[in-house]
Design a protein around this ligand. Structure first.
Ligand code: SF4
Ligand code: FES
Length: 248
């Protein structure tokens, strides 16, 4: 396939960015999107030009690093996949593909397509964990019976990979789907209930401090989430937050 790539180029966080067009030839439909980007970068390097900066790590849909907005959609036109799992067979010979970074005030561009998502790390650090008793008297987690329905819901929430597609897809740049997945994965389990009140208050407070917008129930986040995280988690977090606020 012969394609045209229109890519956001921005030298650093403070530079003025712009879309730059590049032709690319002989792209195999069997390539992953990132393999196509690698090929493009090799061609830029051969010409002595600056390769396009983009985040990636696992390349198998696990790490959540490969944040790209492709033809106006987070992770491109396919559903329930990350950019690294997207294949060039989803495009046609002669297509122009527009590639931008995930855009949100809370995700500042570092360079080209790479954005700073450390706001998510700080939200996690505010409460996205279960404190561990290291006294030697820790109860074996497998000794606590858990309702299958709750275990399944907690597992579904825990599949969130922190990619940020929900934020990039939301007109308000809201992080509610991400935060609610992290809150839900613990609040549904007995081990997570102990710190549930502080967790939801602290994580929501950090989310607001980072400058993410609010949720207005548009649902774009759920549609674009590569892991199919459900809006049901936002409803659960809102209930938990209300209860915790009344207690607090
Ligand atoms: S909720 Fe979905 S879109 Fe948002 S960070 Fe988690 S996996 Fe990514
Ligand atoms: S590179 Fe890890 S999810 Fe895409």
């Amino acid at each position: 396939m012969n394609l045209t790539l229109k890519i956001w180029r921005q030298a650093d966080a403070n530079a003025q960015g712009e879309m730059v067009s590049y032709p690319i030839a002989d792209v195999s439909p069997d390539m992953s999107f990132l393999e196509m980007m690698d090929m493009h970068n090799e061609q830029l390097i051969d010409k002595g030009e600056d390769p396009v900066a983009f985040d990636h790590d696992c390349r198998e849909g696990i790490c959540g690093m490969c944040s790209m907005f492709i033809n106006g959609e987070a992770h491109g036109p396919d559903r329930l996949v990350t950019t690294c799992q997207l294949h060039m067979r989803k495009f046609k010979d002669g297509d122009t593909i527009t590639i931008e970074p995930f855009r949100a005030n809370a995700f500042p561009v570092i360079k080209d397509l790479a954005v700073d998502r450390s706001a998510f790390d700080r939200i996690q650090q505010a409460g996205g964990f279960v404190s561990v008793n290291t006294s030697g008297n820790t109860q074996d987690a497998n000794a606590i019976p858990i309702d299958k329905h709750d275990a399944d819901k907690a597992f579904d929430a825990a599949t969130c990979i922190g990619c940020g597609a929900c934020v990039a897809s939301c007109k308000n740049a809201s992080a509610m789907l991400f935060v609610s997945a992290k809150v839900s994965q613990y609040s549904l389990l007995p081990q997570g209930k102990v710190e549930a009140t502080d967790r939801v208050l602290n994580m929501v407070s950090q989310m607001d401090e980072e400058g993410f917008g609010n949720c207005t129930n548009t649902g774009a986040c759920e549609v674009e989430c590569p892991k199919g995280i459900s809006l049901e988690n936002i409803a659960r977090m809102n209930r938990e937050f209300l209860t915790a606020s009344l207690k607090g």
